[in-house]
Design a protein around this ligand. Sequence first.
Ligand SMILES: [Zn+2]
Length: 105
Amino acid sequence: MVLPRNRSRSAKRVFKRTPTGRNVLHYKKRRLRMPLCRLCGAGLGGVNNSRRASKSEKVPTRIFAGQICAGCTAEIVKMKSRVALGEMKLEDASMAQREFIKMLK
Ligand SMILES: [Zn+2]
């Protein structure tokens, strides 16, 4: 019987052939991928995606941390103030950027 933890698809199934020629199924943990910025696709800094790290160790405390990079965050904050001052329309920002601009108060 398969162990309960291996029944979900979060466990990768790997077919192995033993030296005796028998085919067996091994279960491996899937590799965690590096978290990427949702706007520009760059790798996020300061993010620890280790399974052993606690929540506060995983993500910086900056706004939108773990979702968008520091450069894109600065751009979003600038756009938000420009929209508030009427120097720029919300429609001038891309769809992805608008989502974050609306999240700022
Ligand atoms: Zn970015």
